[in-house]
Design a binder for this molecule. Structure first.
Ligand code: AMP
Length: 195
């Protein structure tokens, strides 16, 4: 099982109650599985729904927020730990260091930027942590179709396209990410971790 998972999601709630409901169910799922949540540290939008649900269900929640956004994103004051960092770059690097897998929920430009940053790091071999996209209510169908088009156009290899694992159901997505992580962890390291 993962010790901690990093979740990227919107600082808004979007136009459907479903987006908040799913963010809350992801927070609860992580807490119930005893997986720590690492997220952007804000108390607004889906970020708030996700973090508050994980906390309500007894989970560990770690926020990472740049000092410049503490006011704008209403830095959450009830987390297990809040890291206040100097820049957006540091935020992403710290979130990645603390986590064993990444999940993007619905969100806007910031969420997309964070997802694609960790995907490009995986593509370059800087990490081998699994990256997942939760496609709630078909929100990401066009993005997934575009990624397939980028393979057809030969800008993205089929192997790199497979770096992004997607599903519409949080539990199934988590199971797929775990399976990925087992595949990418050599047997020797797994034995080491099991000791
Ligand atoms: P959004 O999906 O646009 O609502 O943004 C979701 C989160 O991504 C917010 O907490 C933003 O501050 C954050 N974000 C936006 N751009 C970046 C970036 N370049 N690096 C780290 N976090 C970012």
């Amino acid at each position: 099982m993962f010790r901690r998972v990093c979740v990227f999601c919107g600082s808004s709630r979007g136009d459907q109650p479903l987006f908040s409901e799913v963010a809350r169910s992801v927070g609860r799922l992580l807490a119930e599985r005893d997986i720590g949540l690492v997220y952007g540290g804000g108390n607004i939008g889906l970020m708030a729904d996700l973090a508050n649900s994980a906390l309500e269900h007894g989970g560990e929640v770690i926020g990472v927020i740049p000092s410049a956004l503490v006011e704008r994103e209403l830095a959450h004051d009830g987390l297990s730990h809040l890291h206040v960092v100097g820049s957006m770059h540091e935020r992403k690097a710290r979130m990645a260091e603390l986590s064993e897998a990444f999940i993007a929920l619905t969100g806007g430009l910031g969420t997309l930027e964070e997802l694609f940053e960790v995907l490009t790091w995986a593509q370059l071999g800087f990490h081998s942590k699994p990256c997942g996209l939760l496609d709630v209510g078909g929100y990401y169908d066009n993005l997934l179709a575009f990624l397939d088009a980028s393979v057809t156009a030969r800008f993205v290899s089929e192997e790199d396209r497979r770096l992004l694992v997607s599903d519409s159901d949080p539990e199934r997505l988590l199971a797929k990410l775990l399976e990925r992580s087992r595949q990418s962890t050599p047997e020797s390291a797994r034995m080491e971790g099991a000791k």
